[in-house]
Design a protein around this ligand. Structure first.
Ligand code: KG4
Ligand code: ZN
Length: 391
């Protein structure tokens, strides 16, 4: 089965095309095309993602990214005559009435290229920025209509989980890993910090979550206060790594919020405030001081994530830990998780850094899982759900 997936929940326009074989849960796949256009440079000057701007950029980038993914897959066949009728084009214009620029580009695409051999379209419907999500949804509706294929609505967080389950079978063929349930899932991104219990495929129970800022947000906001560019996670990680190599650390300890709270919740706004006070006390921190602060910030975030994940595993007798989301690209977190998994005899499933941050492939994978259950959504009922939850 060939699935084309669209991701636009935040600041990455991602389109992926996979071909699956096998019967769920014994599912293998090949990546036929995988294209990603980041908006990071556009949002950098705002120090974070600006929703109206994200929507506009997704609209502008969608067709070029689509064409890139299709041409990687060698599925761009020039058409002798337009691949859709004038009447169909009229319908598509209505579907894309909020995205006029995208409509013009897509109309040109339909005029020039054949319908590619695709069986379904997967699209992120939430959680995320609703104006941004709608661009992906409307594109999915337009393509599904033009190509007469069904749509799979994907939860972005399930996409992150699917990205952590990838196992290499051969150099170009991958497999969805076997998971021993119950598994604990730690999702750490720019908008989420949550622990879930996965009792079986598609069965989630919320164990704990952040009461305020997400872990990625704590990285981003700390970085911003230190004058580092957005997104702050990789920047802080780089400086922290240098400090660790040099064997230097700050003599002030930042708080590890809720470390001993006795539950599985997190809180990072206190850490952010402590970082602000620390930086104010330093006046204009030197490059050396910034390294020390970065290391301490990273340690505080990583320690709290590890402690709660370990507690969740113990409380629920789980022997599998699945970790995903942008923050799971953090090398120090991965090192510490690996050590914890080793001492607790836990199987650690974590996405590669490339698949940890938002991308289209993770949506294709989650789409493949849902398609195996025949979970299709009528295109006209698709809707963006900014606060969509897994549990
Ligand atoms: O999953 P993601 O790409 O987007 C959301 O769905 O939010 O996560 C983005 C977040 C940002 O906060 C970013 O700073 C953080 O992931 N991040 C990192 C690293 N790479 C990305 N945080 C720490 N270390 C990293 N290497
Ligand atoms: Zn994400």
């Amino acid at each position: 089965m060939r699935i084309l997936a669209i991701e636009t929940s935040c600041d990455e326009t991602g389109i992926s095309l996979i071909e699956t074989t096998g019967v769920f849960p014994d599912l293998s796949y090949k990546v036929l095309g995988n294209a990603l256009q980041s908006q990071i440079d556009v949002h950098k000057e705002y120090g974070g993602v600006f929703p109206a701007l994200a929507k506009r950029e997704h609209g502008k980038n969608m067709v070029p990214v689509l064409m890139q993914a299709l041409s990687q897959a060698h599925l761009m066949t020039p058409a002798l005559k337009p691949s859709i009728t004038q009447e169909q084009l009229g319908e598509i214009k209505i579907i894309l009435e909020r995205e006029p620029e995208l409509f013009v580009q897509l109309a040109l695409f339909f005029a020039q290229y054949e319908k590619p051999p695709i069986d379904a379209i997967a699209v992120t419907v939430g959680p995320g920025l609703e104006p941004a999500l709608w661009v992906g949804i409307n594109t999915a509706r337009a393509l599904a209509y033009a190509w007469s294929v069904p749509v799979i609505a994907v939860n972005h967080m399930e996409g992150h989980i699917a990205a952590a389950l990838v196992e290499s079978e051969q150099s170009t063929k991958y497999k969805i890993q076997d998971v021993q349930f119950p598994a604990v899932v730690l999702l750490v991104s720019g908008g989420h910090t949550e622990l879930l219990l996965m009792k079986n495929w598609f069965e989630y129970e919320l164990l704990g979550e952040t009461r305020d800022d997400a872990a990625g947000e704590a990285f981003d906001k700390s970085a911003r206060m230190m004058g580092l560019p957005y997104p702050g996670g990789p920047e802080i990680s780089k400086l922290a790594h240098e400090a660790r190599i040099q064997g230097v650390s700050l003599d002030t300890r930042l708080p590890r919020p809720m470390l001993h709270s006795g539950n599985l919740d997190f809180s990072y706004s206190g850490l952010k405030n402590a970082v602000r006070l620390l930086l104010e006390a330093m006046g204009a921190p030197t490059a050396e001081q910034k390294k020390l602060v970065a290391r301490e910030v990273e340690d505080a975030i990583v320690e709290t994530l590890i402690a709660k994940a370990r507690r969740a595993l113990q409380e629920h007798g789980a022997r599998t830990l699945i970790v995903s989301g942008g923050v799971s690209a953090n090398a120090h977190l991965k090192t510490e998780l690996t050590a914890m998994a080793h001492t607790t005899d836990t199987a650690l499933l974590i996405s590669t850094p490339q698949l940890a941050t938002d991308n289209g492939l993770m949506i294709a994978l989650a789409g493949a899982l849902r398609a195996s259950k025949n979970e299709y959504t009528p295109p006209e009922t698709l809707s963006a759900s900014g606060n969509m939850r897994l549990a």
